[in-house]
Design a protein around this ligand. Structure first.
Ligand code: 4F9
Length: 226
């Protein structure tokens, strides 16, 4: 899998490439990442990437031309047509199912907005899909893009050890996860549920499934309706 990331802050992506599962997956060549700074595709001496909105109002927008030229350069590097995603609160929600779909793709280009957003004409002509990570605003698309990438990367075959297989995750069955316990057996007066100590794995599986259902009913009844 190949990720091309369009960002004014390429250094932020070291969070993904320098730690954890996503670092190991990169070292194992399960994916490639290339960042592209639209500032390098500007033509004026001030390297301008933003401009004021027509109709007035606060803030600035990312201009069409540097982004268009960046995407053209990304496309010119590869035979396959990249799937272009724009991260924004106006997008469809990121779900585990969406992460699974994206993890099947060969080439994903992520457009990270800054300022108040991107000229609508760039979204119409170049973006295949707009995705939101939740109903809140952050300072740019970079953290949302890294969340999407991390969710997809950990699903790539070989990214997780079989000790932490993705089938056991919350949401892989549409339910929240059950409680987990490790040593010691009692901590600050709190004991581990007895049946987990008894070694009856049919009973343990049934208990975990019941806990998942109960917690989903209590905390996220909306998930059960789906
Ligand atoms: C993107 C928020 C995706 C939620 C991008 C400001 C964003 C966002 N999901 N907020 N820029």
């Amino acid at each position: 899998m190949r990720f091309d990331v369009i960002t004014l802050f390429p250094e932020m992506f070291s969070a993904l490439t320098e730690s954890g599962v996503s670092r190991r997956a990169l070292q194992s060549e399960l994916y490639q990442i290339k960042t592209w700074n639209p500032r390098q595709f500007t033509t004026d001496k001030h390297k301008t990437v933003d401009d004021r909105p027509y109709g007035g109002g606060p803030g600035m927008l990312m201009m069409y031309q540097p982004l268009k030229d960046t995407i053209t350069a990304i496309k010119s590097e590869q035979a396959v047509k990249p799937h272009v995603v724009y991260l924004s609160p106006q997008g469809q929600p990121l779900t585990q199912e969406k992460a699974e779909q994206l993890a099947q793709l060969e080439s994903v280009t992520l457009l990270c907005g800054r300022y108040e957003g991107v000229d609508e004409r760039l979204l119409i002509s170049e973006v295949d899909e707009e995705i939101s990570i939740g109903d809140f605003v952050v300072s740019g698309g970079e953290l949302p893009a890294m969340m999407l990438m991390d969710a997809a990367i950990r699903l790539l075959p070989g990214a997780l050890g079989h000790n932490q297989s993705a089938e056991q995750d919350s949401f892989s069955d549409g339910l929240l996860d059950c409680p987990h316990y490790t040593r010691p057996e009692v901590v600050d007066g709190m004991a581990v549920p007895n049946l987990l100590m008894e070694g009856n794995h049919a009973k343990i599986d049934a208990w975990r499934q019941a806990q998942k259902l109960e917690r989903t009913q209590q905390r996220r009844p909306d998930l059960l309706k789906k």
